[in-house]
Design a protein around this ligand. Structure first.
Ligand code: FES
Length: 291
């Protein structure tokens, strides 16, 4: 049972996800590496661990080409037959493998050691022709190197060295000067390389944004100056409005010429002077007649 043989690994994987279902792919990798392929029993076991309907797990297995629900060879040889690898001899390599192993694509050798498949670009075109042996990368595999490759893979099976069927233990291999297959370190820059272009791109975008902002500011300045000019022209063109006293609107009325005393506003000067008080008193009730 996977839970007995991989207890801590499975617990660590489940701890990474809020929902158990999310762990379906890593658990299927463990099952495939443990059982060689995903049997009905293995799929149901994974479904039980994840509290999922086993039909859902079957669907996942059917969807991904790197999950195998039928017996495969101890080594699944996937040869890239995309354009760059083809230019450098992928077809000749496939023919050499078929002739040496006595099988065609999608078949497994009688001893159960090798299954042969064609795949599309493996993203290692600079070292074509490329193949994967259980997802271990093997670079620059020419027909002349097929013998050394198969011998090396056979001896790894005989020595019971760890071989992942899922790519969990994927390594890199190349042929040494003596023609033997040797494990190589995956270059660190393979992982670090994307950082520089991304940073460069971010800097370029920032520069572009600054340029656009500058342009927007200059357009805004132009718009403000045009608006100012338009306002000045409108003020010049509009007819003079007169205030009630005849002076232009907004201007203070002019004071009268001062001849002594306080100045009298023009509008006040046009009014009738107040009536002089009469010297005769009006007769009132109770007044005695002089007679
Ligand atoms: S074309 Fe073969 S690795 Fe890209």
């Amino acid at each position: 049972m996977l839970l007995d043989t991989h207890t801590s690994e499975i617990e660590a994987i489940l701890g990474r996800y809020a929902s158990k279902r999310s762990a379906v792919l890593p658990l299927l990798y463990i099952a495939q590496d443990s059982y060689g392929h995903l049997t009905d029993k293995a799929i149901r076991e994974v479904a039980t661990i994840l509290d999922m309907p086993h039909t859902d797990v079957y669907e996942v297995v059917g969807f991904y080409t790197l999950f195998y629900n039928k017996p495969m060879g101890a080594w699944v040889l996937q040869v890239c037959d995309d354009v760059p690898c083809c230019y450098l001899g992928a077809e000749e390599l496939i023919t050499a493998l078929k002739d040496t192993l006595g099988i065609v694509e999608e078949q497994t050798t009688g001893d159960g050691l090798f299954t042969l498949q064609r795949v599309k670009c493996l993203a290692a075109c600079n070292r074509a022709p490329v193949l994967q042996a259980n997802l271990d990368y093997v670079y620059e595999v020419t027909p002349a190197r097929v013998g050394a490759l198969l011998d090396s893979l056979r001896s790894r099976v005989a020595e019971a060295k760890q071989r992942g069927v899922s790519g969990r233990f994927a390594e890199d291999y190349a042929f040494g000067p003596d023609g033997a297959l040797v494990q190589i370190e995956r270059p660190a820059e393979t992982v670090a390389a994307p950082a520089a272009p991304v940073a460069e791109e971010v800097a370029l975008v920032a520069e572009e944004v600054a340029l656009v902002a500058e342009e927007v500011a200059s357009v805004a300045e132009e718009v403000a100056s045009v608006a100012e000019e338009a306002q000045a022209q409108a003020e010049e063109a509009s007819p003079t409005q007169l205030a009630p006293d005849g002076s232009p609107a907004g201007e203070m009325p002019k004071p009268e010429t001062v001849t002594g005393g306080d100045a009298i506003p023009a509008h006040a000067a046009q009014q009738e002077p107040p009536a002089e008080p009469s010297e005769e008193k009006p007769a009132q009730a109770g007044d005695r007649s002089p007679l």
